[in-house]
Design a binder for this molecule. Structure first.
Ligand SMILES: Cc1ncc(COP(=O)(O)O)c(C=O)c1O
Length: 482
């Protein structure tokens, strides 16, 4: 009997196990074409399961074309089951194109040391989930879905959800940015914003200027677009102005990418005066700027520092990309680009081709959350939380490690350099003692700055910060002795 060797387990749904068994029996040639399967009632009794499970299995197999039913007669094996027999193996690993191969090559997530349970990980700079205001978010979700569920669950517009765009207009105005003649497009986080701009306004081989070090994801995207990265070194107060001018003057730069607040990895926030100088240099050499404003909300001293986009007034030289990924919830993947109307018009078409639009449900909930006032409270809480961790980490670094320098304002991470140490070797040593961090070379456009590392603080406890830094310092001592 073909079902006598069917052993049911409790991990998979019963109907699925029946389906698998029937397919296997056909593959093995035990059930031949047009042979009749037991009636559903009969089979359910034989194997001791509900009749519904058998009916579901037969229905699914019929949908797949494995069996057919004749009313009043029963269910039979089709004669088109050749596909179930014999192997068909395409060697996909040999078929990927240059774009995919480069993406895989650049994908540090796959090649870096992974997190394991029990480790102290300074690797991440994603927000601490404990901080998320889940109750307010739930309320926002319920309110919006009750108000316009029929709309936000349908297709929306590539440019984005109008109430959110209107909110962001005012939000950016409050930051001092003139939004006349400009428009917004809502994107899947900062990352998609940058991707849309690079795909629309750069060609392979173009020179793109950026701070060095800079955000690893941005480096990956720029390299994936085959751009020539012209890095400008960073000093304690941000990008080096002399080098910036030299490079703007002597290279045909297509566009610049800058993170004036909380450059990742250094955490440096450039002051207002220097921002003005930077803006004017780009203007003087007629090089547009992509400004990454991802973390501005974290400015702790409450004195707002205007983004570069604010200096641009009614001009159109700055393309601003915003994101609430760090201050709110990265999981909802909502960011925005604010730029000249003509740029947004182009990005809209490109986005429509790529992915139609960013989830309207997510945009609508975010809008409701923002307008409810929960946002302001959340920012205050978040700033305080990260500031305390940051202050404590600095104390521990001074006590145990005494690095060559420690950079970064009260963000979610610190960036340090340790004299005479290769951070890759240090990472290997620390890994053996269950401590990991991000080695500095992944943020360098030429994979240099090997004596630096970034310590992400957002998701670890004070105890872990102290213990982790103590272990790192012991590993540094060991490496120095060797
Ligand atoms: C420099 C920088 N920009 C932007 C982002 C946020 O990207 P997204 O909005 O795609 O999550 C990050 C996140 O780490 C970042 O470090």
């Amino acid at each position: 009997m073909i079902f006598s060797n069917l052993k049911l387990n409790s991990n998979e749904p019963i109907y699925y196990q029946i389906e698998k068994h029937i397919k296997k029996t056909i593959e093995n040639g035990i059930l031949s074409s047009n042979s009749k399967l037991p009636a559903t009632r009969e089979l359910s009794k034989i194997i001791g399961v509900s009749r519904n499970s058998v009916i579901t299995a037969y229905e699914n197999l019929e949908l797949e074309g494995v069996v057919y039913t004749i009313k009043g007669k029963g269910t039979f094996v089709t004669d088109k089951n050749i596909a179930l027999k014999g192997e068909w193996n395409i060697e996909w690993e040999k078929k990927s194109n240059e774009y995919a191969d480069l993406s895989c090559y650049l994908d540090t997530v796959k090649s870096e040391i992974p997190w394991e349970r029990g480790m102290i990980s300074f690797k991440s700079i994603s927000p601490d989930g404990e901080l998320f205001d889940v109750e307010e978010f739930k309320k926002a979700f319920l309110n919006r879905i009750a108000l316009e569920g029929h709309k936000i669950l349908n297709y929306g517009y590539a440019q984005g959800y109008k109430p959110l765009i209107d909110y962001l207009h005012l939000y950016m105005n409050k930051k001092g940015v003139n939004t006349d003649n400009k428009d917004f497009i809502i994107t899947n986080g900062f990352t998609e914003g940058l991707q849309l701009i690079l795909s629309s306004y750069t060609n392979a081989g173009d020179n793109i200027l950026c701070e060095n070090p800079t955000h690893n994801t941005s480096i990956k995207l720029m390299k994936l677009h085959k751009l020539n990265l012209i890095g400008v070194d960073i000093a304690e107060d941000g990008i080096d102005l002399m080098e910036l001018e030299y490079k703007l003057k002597n290279n045909q730069i297509k566009i610049g990418y800058l993170t004036p607040s909380y450059n990742n990895p250094t955490g440096i926030v450039i002051n207002g005066e220097k921002r003005f100088k930077i803006y004017n240099l780009f203007k003087q050499y007629n090089v547009p700027i992509i400004e990454d404003g991802f973390n501005e909300e974290l400015h702790y001293n409450n004195s707002h520092i205007a983004p570069l986009a604010a200096f641009d007034g009614k001009n159109n030289g700055v393309i601003y990309i915003g994101s609430f990924s760090k201050i709110l919830f990265p999981g909802i993947r909502v960011g925005w680009v604010l730029a000249d109307k003509k740029i947004v018009d182009t990005l809209e078409s490109v986005k429509r081709c790529y992915n139609i639009h960013t989830s309207f449900l997510d945009q609508a909930i975010l809008y409701e959350y923002l307008r409810s006032g929960a946002f302001e409270k959340q920012i205050k809480r978040t700033r305080k939380y990260y500031k305390e961790k940051h202050d404590f980490a600095i104390k521990c670094l001074d006590k145990y490690l005494k690095p060559k320098y420690i950079w970064g304002e009260y963000g979610m991470h610190v960036y340090i350099a340790i004299e005479g140490i290769d951070s890759r070797k240090l990472l290997q040593k620390c890994y053996e003692r269950k401590v990991i961090f991000a080695p500095g070379d992944i943020f360098d456009v030429n994979n240099e700055k090997t004596d630096t590392l970034r310590l992400g603080l957002s998701r670890i406890t004070m105890e872990e910060i102290e213990e982790g830094i103590r272990i790192i310092s012991e590993c540094v001592d060991e490496l120095k002795i060797q």
